[in-house]
Each structure stands twice: as C-alpha cells, then as structure tokens.
Design a protein around this ligand. Structure first.
Ligand SMILES: NC(=O)c1ccc[n+]([C@@H]2O[C@H](COP(=O)([O-])OP(=O)(O)OC[C@H]3O[C@@H](n4cnc5c(N)ncnc54)[C@H](OP(=O)(O)O)[C@@H]3O)[C@@H](O)[C@H]2O)c1
Length: 275
C-alpha cells in the first residue's frame, strides 16, 4: 500500500491532499499541532471506511527536536514513503523566536522541511516512484537575505513567508543534487492565493489583509487540482509549479551555488544547536 506523509495536513491544502490520497487508497499520516483538527481527520476517515489507513501525529514542527522525533517515528513505522508533502506554516505579523532561538518562519517554513526531507531520504528511496512536494516560492519570492536569514533587521511581516519560500526553492535544488542517486522527484509549488485557514497570529492590519485574501482566494479544491497531475507524473527530477503551470528552474531563484551555500549554512546552524 502506498504511504503519504503530510506536514500541515490538519488544515488547508494539506488536509485536502490528505483526504484525496486517502480516497486514492494510500495510508496517510498527517502532522500538526491541533489534536482537535487531527481527530476531525480521523473521524472523517472512519466515516468513509478508511479509518485503518488514517493516522495523526501531534508535533510542533517549529522545534528541531520535534522534527527529529517525527523522523524517527515515521522511519520506525513505514518501510517506504511514496509522497511527502511539506506544508506546515504559521505566520506572525511580528517577529518571534522558537525555543531553539530561531526566527519562527525560518524554523517551520524552511528548517522543518529541510529536516523532514533529508531525514526521511531512507524510506523515500525505498518507494517505487517517490515524490516530495514542497510549497516554495517557485522562483517568485525572495531575494534571500544572506546576511540576515533570521530576519532580525526590518522584519518584513508577511514578506517573511516569501523569504521562507525562496529558501525552500533552494532546498529543492540542493536536495535533488545531493540525492541524485535516489528515485526521488521533487516538486516545488506556489499555489497562488488560496482560501485556507491562514494559520497565524496577526495584528489588526494584517488580519484585515488575511480576511481579504480568504475572500478572493481560489478554493482549496482548485489548488489541489492544479498540483495533482505533477504529483502523479513529475516531469523532471525538480519541477517548479506556479498555479498549475510549470515554470523554468534555470532562473536566479534556483541558483545551484546559492542552494549549496544555503545547505552549508543550514548544516552549520544545526551543528551549533544543542542535540
Ligand atoms: N493559502 C495561500 O494563499 C497560500 C499561498 C502561497 C503559499 N501557500 C503555501 O501552501 C502551504 C499550505 O498552506 P495553507 O494555506 O493550506 O495552510 P494553512 O491553512 O494555513 O494551514 C497550516 C497548517 O500548518 C500546520 N501548522 C501550523 N503550525 C505548526 C507547527 N508548529 N507544527 C506543525 N504543524 C503546524 C497547521 O496545523 P495545526 O493547526 O494542527 O497546527 C495547518 O495544518 C503552506 O506552505 C503555504 O505557505 C499558501
């Protein structure tokens, strides 16, 4: 039986993908912080006769240790992973740091995805046609603040999401180079504005913007329909998708030297954290 793992699978596009792959007969594990939302997924799966294939894992993926716990648990539970979706995000209007001392968007939107994808390369490699889906910037966000990755100066508000998206693009580039000897295909997706929960803590002005985005955003079902063909049949080892259209990956935002640089900086950062 095929296995799908979804970080941020309790809500928004992640939850819709969880339902979709459950319907397609996969075993589906979703990860999020809300026990209530996790239970809602399990209850719906039970109702649809798929309870035995649905699983929820509560974890705060903004913490490095939690990612490592999740990786160990998944590796012990599933021999192979066919689809890994990296979708957890939580945005704050004002800068915040995690208990690891990392800027919160950097920690959840980028570093968790770095840890989960590299950390699960074993079970991913054992699947027949494994795919990683990461919601990045697809070359449309950035530039990367190389001298301020933790966004200490002039915190850009919602721009912090775009910054993490640009880091995820580079993560995808280096991941495919580093694991070129595995069958893993990597899909980067920018879905455009989608009417989801927009999980976060917002000041009044940003909350008003978020309400507007929810009102004009495309339905989650359309965002899912846009990406499903690329997951079923990825066109290259690395594919970038923008609102359902493939976009080139030979542009500035996918520079292999930048991607290698980010990998090196990330490894150094992780080495400096207490284990
Ligand atoms: N919606 C858009 O317009 C839009 C636009 C561009 C890109 N994207 C990208 O698409 C992806 C999915 O976005 P979405 O809008 O569908 O998401 P969403 O509705 O905001 O849901 C976010 C998900 O992240 C989980 N999450 C939040 N904090 C977490 C934590 N500390 N640890 C683990 N999980 C956590 C939430 O679960 P809990 O509530 O259970 O914690 C939830 O499942 C994201 O990468 C987003 O950046 C979305």
């Amino acid at each position: 039986m095929a296995t799908t793992v979804i970080s941020g699978g309790t809500d928004g596009i992640g939850r819709a993908l969880a339902d979709t792959y459950l319907e397609l007969g996969h075993e589906v594990l979703i990860v999020g912080t809300s026990t209530e939302k996790g239970q809602a997924f399990l209850t719906a799966a039970e109702r649809n006769g798929a309870g035995d294939r649905a699983r929820f894992l509560r974890a705060d993926l903004s913490l490095v240790a939690e990612n490592r716990r999740v990786i160990d648990l998944i590796t012990d539970t599933y021999p192979a992973i066919d689809l890994l979706v990296l979708g957890a995000r939580f945005h704050r209007s004002t800068r915040a740091e995690t208990a690891d001392g990392l800027e919160s968007n950097f920690a959840l939107f980028y570093l968790s995805r770095y840890l989960l994808s590299h950390g699960l390369i074993g079970p991913l490699s054992r699947a027949e046609r494994p795919v990683v889906l990461n919601f990045g910037g697809s070359g449309r966000t950035g530039p990367v603040r190389w001298h301020d990755l933790q966004l200490r100066h002039n915190y850009p508000g919602t721009g912090a999401l775009g910054h993490s998206g640009a880091l995820c693009d580079l993560l995808g580039v280096h991941f495919t180079r580093l694991h070129a000897d595995t069958p893993v295909h990597y899909v980067l997706n920018h879905p455009g504005v989608v009417s989801t929960s927009f999980a976060g803590e917002y000041d009044r002005a940003t909350a008003a913007d978020v309400r507007r985005l929810k009102a004009v955003g495309k339905p989650v079902s359309l965002a899912v329909a846009h990406i499903l063909p690329f997951l079923a049949d990825p066109r290259a080892r690395l594919t970038a998708v923008l609102e359902g259209r493939q976009v080139p990956t030979d542009t500035r935002g996918f520079d292999p030297a930048d991607a290698a640089r980010l990998h090196e900086v990330t490894e150094k950062l992780l080495a400096g954290l207490p284990r």
